[in-house]
Each structure stands twice: as C-alpha cells, then as structure tokens.
Ligand binder design. Sequence first.
Ligand code: SAH
Ligand code: SF4
Length: 344
Amino acid sequence: MSLQNLLDLLPDELESLAESLGAPRYRGRQIARWVYQKGVTAIDEMSDLPRAFREALAERAHVADLEVDLRTPSRDGSEKFVWRCGDGARVQSVLMPDRDRLTLCVSTQVGCGFGCTFCYTGTMGLERNLMTGEIIGQVVGAMRVLGGARRPTHIVYMGMGEPLANYTATVKSLRLLVDQRALGISPRRITVSTVGLVTAIERLARENLRVNLAVSLHAADNSLRDRLMPVNKGFPLEALLAACRRFPLPVRQRMTFEYVLLAEVNDALEDARRLARLLMGIRAKVNLIPFNDWNGSDFSRPSLPRILGFQSILLERGITATVRWSKGEDIGAACGQLREAVPA
Ligand code: SAH
Ligand code: SF4
C-alpha cells in the first residue's frame, strides 16, 4: 500500500488519521504543528508523539516534500525555484520580496491546457494536475529553504497552470493556507488568478474562503478575446463579468482584473475606454502587465508612453490601475514565462 502524504490532509483529516491509529484526535493537531509550523519532514523527529504512535504513523504516512532542483536568484531580488515532484515532474515557484512583503507565486498544474496565445506555459499543453500536497509543498518547501528567518507573507496562484481547472486540489490547498492549525495565512494575503472559468468562479464563491480573486481579462471585446484566449469561446465576456459581479467580495476589497499589454493588439486608447466601460459598477482594480517576451512569441511589449497612456484613460475614469513590472524577467520567472526547460 502506498504511503499517504501528510501534506495532502487537512487538520481535521490528520485528526481522523490519528484516531484511526488508536490515538486521541489531538495527536493530529500535533502532527499539523510539526508539518506546517515547524517544517519537520521526518515523522521520527516529531518528538512529542509517543514512539509507538510515530511508528504506526510511519507505516501509513510520510511527508512527501518537494526537492529543490534549482534555485535561481534574479538581479531584481526575486528568485525562481524549480521543484522535483515524486514522479520526476518539475514545477516552479517564484519568490518576490517587496519591502516588508515576501510574495510566493505558486503553480497548480504541470503545464496548462488553455493555450492563451501570449503565454509560454500555454505552449506546453497540460501534463498533469498537481496534488494538494504538491501545491502546499511549494509553500512549505520555500519556508524550509529560507530557514526560520523569513516566511512568505503573501501567496499568489499565478505560476504554471490554471488553478480553477485543478479545482479540488486548489481549494484544499487554500484551506490549508488559511487554517490556523496549519499555515494560518490571512485570506486577504492570498490571491487566486483565473483565466475566467465561469462555473468554477461561481463554485469558489460558495466556498466562503474570502481569498482575493484576479481575473485574466486581456481584451475588452469578445472577438479579440476569442483570438487571444480560446477559453473565451466557452465563457464569453458577458458571462464572465456577470459571475464577477455576483462574487461575494469582502468589505473594502476589490477584484483584480489582469490585462497583458500587447503592442498593436490590445493597447489602443479605444481598448482602454472599452475596458473602463466593461468594468463599470464592479469594485475593480486593473493590473496592467506589459508583455514579457519569450522565444518564438508573436507579440511584443508596447512602448512606455503607450503603456502610460492606456493607464491614464483608466485613471481618468476612476478605475485604480497599476502597471506591474514583472519580477524575474532575466531568469525566465516573470508572468507567463514559466515553462519547464527540457532536461539536458
Ligand atoms: N492561469 C492563470 C494563472 C497563471 S498566469 C491565469 O491565466 O490567470 C498569471 C498571469 O500572467 C495571467 O494574468 C496571465 O495572463 C499572465 N501572462 C501570461 N503570459 C504572459 C506574458 N507573456 N507576459 C505577461 N503576462 C503574462
Ligand atoms: Fe494557462 Fe494562464 Fe497561461 Fe492561459 S495564461 S495558458 S490559463 S497559465
């Protein structure tokens, strides 16, 4: 029988596991503390558990942590991690320091099946979904690698893959992030980015997780969005915006709309006006992402005046709009640049 990965289990499930081994439920809470708060991976080191219980537990379970395959620092202070999963698959996370914030960008799939034309990850196709333990393992692994001194303060689901296409594992990993018995990170500091899967957004709305949602828009009309993002043919803008309007936003929180700026494609002032009209009545902020180039892409980044011109149209219309200069561009870790290099 294969061993259960403790990183795949919620605190309640750890308690049930303890109970199934004949121990009191609070032993499960102790396990959670070792795994998530102390970052211990060897069951034998969980010293406040009775020896016999540790032995019984080790016959049923283990901590399948991710191994660091590569750690690449960028000139701008960010850092890319390549992790190796149990089956040899490789996934990436990016760590981005910004004053007192330390943001970790995690992956949810190996590759991605949505094929957005401007995205490098999209050229891989989907290899497989990550398990909950492999998503949360990126957070626990980064904490382990960084040592006790620094912990990620913010988590964004913007790495490889589409989080809401791996719905069950993503939601379970979110529960582990926010659970005080596990990682205890405030949901306000967690953002899930989606390509716009309407039915999954509606389902997420009912989970009562209170995490931030970022929606990848990239075009303000259907014909252009159809061309850039094939997903738009199934979930066009009207349906997507309707789901966004219904999404329960906590007070004082706004929904983020991501917009990759592609020269001569979606960066005209008229596009900005159309975008402003589309977002009317939604508590929205817009994140403009100047295109990050990759080898073989059909797009380029607009000039700085054009980027700022686009932004000012939104600002004039009362929409908060920031330009996100991606981090880690020199190490292939910027938005949309993640793709696992074929091993030599
Ligand atoms: N699949 C999810 C999350 C991962 S991508 C999504 O699509 O939202 C994170 C963000 O990077 C998305 O907004 C995506 O559209 C954007 N992105 C993809 N390729 C890019 C590129 N080459 N340059 C800049 N941003 C890019
Ligand atoms: Fe997938 Fe997001 Fe890239 Fe589109 S932008 S191909 S959904 S990772």
